[in-house]
Design a protein around this ligand. Structure first.
Ligand code: MTE
Ligand code: MO
Length: 401
């Protein structure tokens, strides 16, 4: 059947849908690693896992220059294998946090119903992705840089996955503007390794695009075609799915989806991964003044903006304390001062911790966090101002009781 190619999955993942498979990372274990182990990286599949080639190196990707005046016509076409990408191009690695745009929809939907899978706060993971820089591939094979591509009338680089329905022709796809795709500093990779290993089946083996700082939806897995075009990808998910609307629009129409811009980058967000919401502390704990609760979480922003600080409150935002950066064993040495990624290329999360006084026995405390990024942008306090019909980009203060 359609689901004949599903891989074995770690029992530590927290599934929220079986077919197609969708699973959150286990929040507590997620906080134990700077680089999320491949086995517990969250999984977001819109379709069955496609039949994958046994030999990664001989996998071919089609590169097409579409006719800028006719989307149906291809002016130039060639193939490149993963082996060529490995041998003929520099091997570049970036630390990138991927997050599904639907992350935290579960909380947003508690404010008002929103359409989609109810992800909690761990449709987020961080990995070191290795591959060939996209701009170099297009330069070498087509002689195209951004200037030339724009002059020829190209506006978007489209990506197609191998997963889809061969009868309807509905394959997963996405695109990014040429200004992003062909700019070296934006860091787009044609990735063949994830944390130093071949990319696992669920994460796009043998080749995927990585679009740093963007919503996960742009990082197309199981890549089989790249096309330069005047138009955005015609994929349902690019055109009619990953888009946000004003809070007053409860049920966007087809026309609303057509008009709205496709979401590319993430805003600033942080969330608490330990303790879980509703966590009960051991009996009698908190009787002493100096008894405390340890809190841990993540923070990241979009488009290469780094997180400069995370703040925590236990009185609904009247007073705040600064969180500390975690220094995990597997993290790069300079990760705690964010120097490990250059300004404008801070694509990886920062893990943080804070200590708050324990509630007295029989009482409870609600902890909230928010992050501030390089641009001074901060998370909004309430869901009411960011609620949108598709439940995307959930970044209100994260609260745990
Ligand atoms: N690529 C293909 N080919 N098919 C998909 O369903 N899902 C996208 C993106 N790339 C998807 C895809 C979405 S919405 C997200 S959030 C990320 O992959 C998830 O990446 P991951 O499963 O490796 O965590
Ligand atoms: Mo996603």
């Amino acid at each position: 059947g359609k689901f004949a190619n599903e891989p074995k999955r770690s029992p530590l993942l927290v599934p929220i849908n079986k077919r197609p498979y969708n699973a959150m990372s286990p929040p507590e274990i997620l906080m134990d690693h700077y680089y999320t182990p491949n086995a517990i990286h969250f999984v977001r599949n819109h379709l069955p896992v496609p039949k994958l080639p046994e030999d990664a190196n001989s996998h071919r990707v089609k590169l097409d220059l579409k006719d800028p005046t006719n989307e149906e016509k291809v002016n130039r076409s060639l193939n490149v294998t993963v082996e060529q990408l490995r041998n003929d191009f520099p091997r570049v690695s970036y630390d990138v946090t991927l997050a599904c745009a639907g992350n935290r929809r579960n909380e947003m939907a508690q404010w008002r119903q929103a359409r989609g899978l109810e992800w909690r706060q761990t449709a987020v993971s961080n990995a070191r992705w290795t591959g060939a820089p996209l701009h170099l591939v297009l330069k070498k094979l087509f002689g195209l840089d951004l200037d030339k591509a724009r002059k020829l009338g190209y506006r978007h680089v489209q990506f197609e996955g191998m997963d889809g329905d061969s009868i309807t022709g509905d394959f997963y796809g996405a695109s990014v503007p040429v200004e992003v795709a062909l700019d070296e500093s934006r860091g787009l990779l044609l990735a063949y390794e994830m944390n130093g290993e071949a990319i696992p089946a669920d994460h796009g083996y043998p080749l995927r695009v990585i679009v740093p700082g963007a919503i996960g939806a742009r990082s197309v897995k199981w890549l089989c075609r790249i096309a330069l075009s005047r138009q955005e990808s015609s994929s349902f998910w690019l055109r009619s799915d990953y888009k946000t609307f004003q809070p007053s629009l409860y049920t966007p129409t087809v026309e609303d989806f057509v008009r709205a811009p496709a979401q590319l980058y993430w805003p600033v967000v942080s969330a608490i991964c330990w303790p879980p919401d509703g966590h009960v502390i051991r009996d009698g704990y908190g009787a002493d003044e100096d008894e405390v609760v340890q809190i841990r979480g993540y923070a990241f922003s979009g488009a290469g903006a780094g997180v400069v600080r995370v703040e925590v409150t236990t009185d609904d935002g009247n007073t705040w304390q600064l969180a500390q950066w975690c220094n995990l064993d597997d993290a790069p040495d300079d990760v705690d001062d964010s120097l490990h990624q250059p300004f404008g290329q801070r694509w990886a999360w920062r893990l943080w911790e804070a200590t708050v006084p324990a509630p007295k026995p029989g009482q409870s405390v609600t902890i909230a966090c928010k992050a501030v990024d390089d641009n001074g942008n901060q998370q909004p306090e309430r869901w009411s101002s960011v609620w949108n019909a598709r439940g995307l980009l959930g970044n209100a203060w994260h609260r745990v009781t």
